[in-house]
Design a binder for this molecule. Structure first.
Ligand code: KIV
Ligand code: ZN
Length: 501
């Protein structure tokens, strides 16, 4: 893809105007700086004619703008608004006045009570005046409610031609209220592009009333629109404006060169949510806390099998691309499968075998049916109960060192007390030797011990995982204990009981 999108952010205007508590100057400056860091090429900073406060704020932000960023202010197509806009934005290195008027049949008849020719003249006059007041700046003209201009589209396109002749550098086509199919809107954008060509930059500005603003914006880019108007976290009137992160990632996935620092998305989203008091829904694409989770067995299996590859079977983007420090996550519910359980234990720090997963599975399913997704604590409980406390004929009692290489082992076998002295370089060898001396012939094939550190527990515990053999039978067994010696002996007795099954 050769052409690049021009990201034009309207958070400080369309987003801010829809907040329950609009931002103060210092908050606006924080958002402005973040937008600059994100690398957006254009920022709409406010509506100077709306209040003295907005006017002052726009002047201050315009002065903060770096050389390469286009900074615009909104103005109705009236003398007063245009004069105020020019005054407010003139200190920016790349100033732009953004003026607009509605051209949809409903707006013409009931709101403006004018015909399209009158409205076109108003627009032309406003553009010329803006050019006059800001000779080195740009003018953007918006056909407000462009998405509602299906019945009078050819008149509107004629009007757009006149607006461009009057000097508009950018023609913005808003879907002010999203009512119809994205494709219809995109075809309308294409028609404007076919008439205007490169005489002006074509822009789209979509609202998200039906949840399709991202789709409409992304597809418009492939049909002539190069300027994409978006907001951070999709803030904006009603259901919001087009979300910047979604558009950027969708374009990136389609091979478009996205000129944004996308790795700042996650951090930005959290910051904007805090500052706007608008929480991020856990299922919000790209930035939601739950959007990397897999809970169904099929999805968990696909995710596991494609882990570490460039493209995952059930993930649309690399979380690191947008600066997320989490990754795909498996949650165990009644819908989940064996491979997920194994993976969950591995991630929680207790590697288990598939065979052990089978042992745990019925208990895990039952628990999940009752309470929903299992927590790490639930998994820990299941592990301790069903893998570290194996019931059977052997019951461990004690294991104490008498002197270097000499230990006394006590246990019960079918309720009968047994005691023996075991010899060995270490406790594990001594225990096996002691058991053998009483006719319990077992051997250790693999041995592993590691620390289990849990934030919620004061002291760390040791986990022993041992592969034991008796004749041609083999089992993997575990134990958890604070003592590194006791943990091994307990694991051996868990294994002994498993071997009797
Ligand atoms: O949604 C809209 O139509 C607008 C215009 C002022 C561009 O925000
Ligand atoms: Zn808008």
């Amino acid at each position: 893809m050769t052409h690049q999108p021009f990201f034009y952010d309207v958070t400080l205007r369309d987003g801010n105007q829809a907040l329950k508590k609009p931002w103060n100057q210092s908050e606006k400056e924080t958002i402005f700086s973040q937008l600059v860091d994100l690398g957006v090429q254009g920022i709409e900073i406010g509506f100077p004619a709306s209040s003295e406060m907005d006017f002052d704020s726009c002047q201050k932000l315009a002065k903060m703008a770096p050389k390469h960023v286009v900074v615009s202010v909104l103005a109705r197509a009236t003398e007063n608004d245009i004069v105020k806009a020019a005054e407010a934005v003139r200190y920016a290195h790349k100033p732009r006045i953004h003026t607009f008027i509605a051209m949809n049949p409903l707006g013409l008849e009931h709101v403006l009570k004018k015909d399209i020719q009158d409205v076109t003249q108003i627009a032309v006059k406003a553009i010329k005046r803006a050019k006059e007041l800001l000779p080195n700046g740009q003018v953007e003209f918006s056909v407000e409610h462009f998405g509602d201009c299906r019945e009078n589209l050819s008149d509107v396109i004629n009007a757009i031609e006149q607006v461009v002749e009057a000097g508009a550098d950018v023609v913005n086509l808003p879907n002010t209220v999203e009512r119809f199919r994205p494709l219809e809107f995109v075809q309308m954008v294409q028609k404007v592009y076919e008439r205007i060509g490169d005489k002006a930059k074509i822009s789209v500005h979509c609202h998200n009333d039906l949840g399709m603003a991202t789709a409409t914006t992304v597809e418009s880019f492939f049909h002539g629109a190069t300027q994409l108007e978006t907001t951070l976290n999709g803030l904006g009137e009603r259901a919001g404006n087009t979300d910047m992160y979604q558009v950027a990632v969708a374009l990136y996935n389609s091979g478009v060169n996205v000129p944004l620092n996308m790795h700042l998305f996650d951090k930005t989203a959290q910051m904007v949510s805090e500052m706007s008091h608008v929480p991020i829904w856990e299922k919000t694409p790209i930035i939601g806390s739950d959007v990397l989770a897999h809970r169904s067995g099929i999805h968990q299996d696909g995710s596991n099998k494609t882990k570490g590859l460039k493209k995952g079977q059930y993930i649309a983007f690399d979380p690191a691309l947008v600066g997320r420090d989490d990754g795909e996550y498996l949650g165990f519910t009644s819908q989940s499968g064996k491979s997920a359980l194994k993976e969950i234990y591995e991630r929680a720090g207790y590697p288990i075998t598939l065979k052990e997963t089978e042992i745990l599975m019925p208990f895990a399913k039952k628990m999940a049916e009752q309470k929903g997704e299992l927590s790490v604590e639930d998994c820990d409980k299941l592990y301790r109960t069903h893998l570290c406390n194996v019931e059977g004929p052997y019951q461990y009692a004690s294991f104490d060192r008498i002197q270097q290489g000499r230990y006394v082992l006590s246990y019960f076998e079918n309720g009968q007390k047994k005691e023996t002295i075991g010899y060995g370089y270490g406790p594990v060898e001594a225990c096996i030797q002691g058991l053998c001396s009483l006719g319990v012939a077992i051997s250790i094939l693999e041995y592993q011990q590691y620390m289990l550190k849990r934030e919620d527990k004061e002291a760390s515990e040791a986990v022993a995982t041992i592969k034991l053999a008796q004749g041609d039978k083999q089992v993997v067994c575990h134990a958890i204990d604070r003592s590194t010696t006791q943990v091994s002996i307990r694991a051996i007795f868990n294994g002994l009981n498993q071997l009797q099954r």
